[in-house]
Design a protein around this ligand. Structure first.
Ligand code: NAP
Length: 458
């Protein structure tokens, strides 16, 4: 591959092309990054924090352009206002805890011994980012990695090449080489990882992509953070606030056209609430406006590519052929002609776990809803998945929410909310959703290594 191409989902035309970095260019830029990292790590922490915060502010200043570019690159409606609210919140939190988390832990310091446990940067951090939240997913690692004294190399998704460039511009005030954006193909990325070029690689994307990265790193002992796919469930108990559950779970399922790592993809509802929940959900979804993401009225944009829309179409058609009922009137969404990235939202009932739409990641605007008898059945169904990123439990009782949560195989338990990353809590997954810990104080552990100092006075 010599060029990467971004096809816009708005009209299927070519929106951007960029040359793939040559081997010589990659080698030279990594060498610059290695040199720059040593000086960067030697700077006082307060200086690094201030410079990284300035980078976030520089990104924020061009948010109006980012919002337009996001619509063109991956179809997110401009009315959503972009990602900078979350980027500011998470970056601010990570900057705020840095002094405490990165300070050496002094075990003993007296006439005889000075013993301390320090955290040091791992060197070069490679961030491989996806298109679905191109700024949020990338900055989750970029910000703590830079603050901790690493140099960062970013390989952004081919669907969102401008996001990589925008991040590079935002951090262009850092010394040359501290932040490097590279247009890399998969083969070169794998070779660099296999050659031990990085101290830590954070990959956010598909399970298949994560497996390739793990294979590339095999035997190198390179530390990996793998934030992969999900099939996140919602469970509405009989004591739930029905209207709040409908609002939040529908938003969780359909925001960003369902292309959220922690989007709600399957819902289990206590039998007494099932009919009302379904009826209100269908009414909620029927009000969405599918269309050109550049238009202010549009609340549901196209999926990022026709290929993704076709996957969801196939899952939905298979489920219907196997007996599921599609409840949302497609006629309300004329922008869906059946052959583009524009896909009408859909709610399915009469579904079960023999159907791919209830077990495989859809990553699109469809959700299946099943009635459940009790907590036991709901827990069993929620855990019947190869994924585990988040689960959203709806109940009025926090003790019940927590005790159900304790039995769920998942990275995050939500009660009465969904689809949100709390920067003070760790973003992590179980099973095929991957490994590692982003955000929170644990996020700093991924981008640093421990170093022990045992100093004896004679
Ligand atoms: P993807 O195809 O795996 O791509 C993600 C990123 O990885 C892109 O930059 C892609 O580059 C790169 N990539 C993929 N395979 C690679 C390989 N073998 N070598 C080097 N780079 C490789 O994923 P996607 O479809 O774009 O993203 C959606 C997926 O991400 C969903 O499964 C979603 O659940 C997951 N996700 C998870 C989280 C989380 O926190 N757990 C957050 C967001 C998204 P190219 O674009 O150049 O192929």
């Amino acid at each position: 591959m010599t060029e990467i191409t971004c096809i816009t989902p708005i009209d299927g035309s070519v929106y951007a092309t960029r040359p793939v970095a040559s081997r010589a260019d990659v080698a030279a830029r990594l060498e610059t990054a290695r040199t720059a990292q040593r000086d960067w790590a030697a700077r006082p922490l307060a200086e690094r924090i201030a410079l990284v915060e300035e980078g976030v502010a520089r990104l924020d200043r061009v948010n109006a352009d980012l919002v337009q570019e996001l619509a063109w690159q991956m179809g997110r409606p401009t009315r959503t206002g972009g990602e900078m609210g979350g980027v500011r919140e998470r970056s601010g939190y990570m900057a705020g805890i840095a002094r405490r988390v990165l300070a050496p832990e002094v075990i003993e310091d007296d006439a005889k011994f000075r013993r301390l446990l320090a955290r040091e940067p791992v060197g070069l951090v490679l961030v491989i980012a996806p298109w679905n939240y191109p700024f949020l997913t990338a900055t989750n690692t970029i910000v703590p990695a830079l603050i901790a004294g690493n140099a960062v190399v970013l390989k952004h998704a081919s669907q969102t090449p401008l996001a990589g460039e925008r991040l590079a511009q935002a951090f262009a005030h850092l010394p040359d080489g501290v932040f490097t954006n590279l247009f890399l193909d998969h083969a070169t990325t794998a070779k660099l990882i296999a050659a031990r070029s990085f101290g830590f690689v954070n990959f956010t994307g598909s399970v298949a992509g994560g497996q390739s990265i793990e294979r590339a790193a095999a035997g190198t002992f390179t530390a990996l953070g793998l934030e992969l796919g999900g099939k996140d469930p919602g469970y509405v108990r009989a004591d739930a606030n029905l209207d709040a559950a409908v609002d939040t779970l529908m938003d969780g399922a359909f925001f960003n056209s369902g292309q959220c790592c922690c989007g709600i993809e399957r819902i289990y509802v206590a039998e007494p609430l099932f009919d009302a929940f379904v009826e209100k959900s269908v009414a909620w979804v029927s009000k969405l406006i599918l269309g050109n993401p550049l238009e202010q009225a549009t609340t549901l944009g196209p999926m990022a590519s026709r290929r993704f829309a076709d996957t969801v179409r196939a899952q939905t058609a298979e489920a219907v052929a196997a007996g599921a009922t599609a409840l949302v009137d497609k006629g309300l969404f004329p922008a869906d002609t059946g052959s583009t990235a524009y896909l009408a939202p859909q709610i399915l009932t009469g579904v079960d776990h023999s159907m791919r739409v209830m077990t495989e990641e859809s990553f699109g605007p469809v959700v299946g809803i099943m009635p459940v008898r009790d907590d036991e059945q709901a827990i069993a169904l929620m855990n019947d998945s190869r994924y585990g990123l988040t689960a959203s439990v709806w109940t009025e009782d926090p003790d019940v929410g927590q005790s159900i949560g304790a039995r769920l195989e998942t990275g995050t338990v939500f009660m009465n909310r969904a689809d949100y990353l709390d920067p003070a809590l760790t973003w992590t997954g179980v099973k095929d959703t991957g490994r590692g810990a982003a955000l929170s104080h644990l996020g700093y552990l991924s981008v640093t290594r421990p170093k022990s100092y045992h100093l004896k006075r004679l």
